[in-house]
Design a protein around this ligand. Structure first.
Ligand code: SF4
Length: 371
């Protein structure tokens, strides 16, 4: 694939020029965020943005309508901007339930280690902003990243390239350096590719050495919203902000319950548990169905949107299957897993390819099975 332009993934220093003002994306490697940083994000949203924090499908957060200077300094003070040169390439997913429930290995901490080492390597500042690292605890929920260490036991994993088993077995203790080795080769040899999946010979990214026969492994996404029994007998709580949007007050409520994990499904996990009544009082839902309905920002936040899709989507119910509503054919933020695809068109929507007027949207989405 040949491209003439650089990728335009936004950051703090390179905000996206949205219809509702500059949009700044703040990376949270592995989705991990301390209670202090939740409070810092709340203050930043109020002082510099539109007052809300928006969760992304890469477990990052965005501030919208950022018109006042000073955001970068405040984020850096809170430890949320550790590198000026690498901020747009700090894209790391990790299985959000790792160490809480299920999984073959505990991958907590690996994203933070990779983040530190990534920022210390000047050549990796040249990675495209779309390049994504992953640490999968064995369940396969973040296995579709560009380069991923996927556990096959508590101490060993296999390196996946664009979601495919490369046959390279790597101990957990060497997982970070293995992924960085692949990333360095990609940064050097990628040409105009943004993602590993675009390369004709992905295995050329691997160092020489013995390989196992590649294996197909099942993948599943476990529920991250609601009451989640922990393997140690305790209980974690997952909340699903409506359309992934958290007010500053809601962020401060979450911080009352300690450190949190932002998931790639626009939910927030509180591994230490929480008072659900207190969360409900703050308008935070612990209903898994809330997380299954997602939407891009739509109008008026995005000039490309053909409708105020969040208003149109508000009455929809995602009953079992995920539903993603987009304001145009770009389908920003759509989930990687199976979902009902709803896209605005002049005067109505296409639901899994079938046109419906806006007035018939709820019925079309509720229809079971393929359209
Ligand atoms: S899908 Fe279209 S309307 Fe929605 S945010 Fe992306 S570009 Fe804007």
């Amino acid at each position: 694939m040949s491209r003439v332009r650089a990728d335009a993934c936004p950051g703090v220093f390179a905000p996206h020029d949205a219809a509702d003002g500059p949009l700044a994306r703040v990376r949270l490697p592995g989705g991990a965020v301390t209670a202090d940083r939740l409070r810092a994000l709340a203050s930043c949203a109020e002082e510099f943005g539109d007052g809300d924090v928006h969760l992304t499908s890469r477990a990052n957060v965005q501030l919208r309508g950022v018109r006042r200077p000073g955001l970068a300094a405040r984020l850096a003070e809170a430890g949320l901007l550790p590198s000026l040169s690498h901020e747009r390439v700090r894209n790391v997913l990790a299985s959000p339930l790792s160490g809480v429930r299920g999984g073959l290995a505990d991958v907590r901490g690996l994203a933070a280690t990779l983040d530190r080492e990534l920022c210390a390597r000047p050549e990796l500042a040249q990675l495209p902003g779309r390049f994504l690292f992953g640490f999968d605890d064995g369940r396969g929920d973040v296995a579709g990243t560009d380069v991923c260490w996927r556990a096959v036991s508590s101490s060993t994993g296999v390196v996946l390239l664009a979601g495919v088993d490369s046959g390279w077995l790597v101990p957990r203790d060497e997982a970070v350096s293995a992924l960085l080795t692949v990333a360095e080769t990609f940064a050097r040899d990628r040409g105009t590719a943004w993602r590993i999946g675009e390369l004709p010979d992905r295995l050329a990214l691997l160092p020489d050495g013995p390989r196992q026969p590649p294996q197909e492994r099942p993948s599943r996404i476990d529920e991250t919203v609601g009451r989640i029994p922990r393997d140690d007998g305790g209980e974690a709580i997952g909340v699903a902000p409506r359309f992934g949007r958290l007010t500053a007050a809601q962020l401060r409520t979450l911080a009352e319950f300690g450190d949190a994990v932002v998931t790639p499904w626009r939910s927030v996990l509180l591994p230490g548990g929480a008072d659900v009544a207190r969360l409900h009082a703050a308008g935070l839902s612990a209903d898994p169905a809330t997380a299954k309905l997602t939407a891009c920002i739509g109008a008026p936040g995005c000039a490309k949107s053909l409708a105020d899709i969040r208003a149109d989507a508000a009455p929809l119910v995602a009953d079992g299957m995920r539903v993603h509503v987009s304001g145009c054919a770009r389908r920003c933020g759509r989930p990687s897993e199976a979902h009902r695809d709803v896209v605005a068109e002049p005067g109505g929507y296409r639901v899994d390819g079938r046109w419906t007027p806006a007035s018939g949207l709820a019925d079309a989405v509720a229809r079971k099975g393929p359209s």
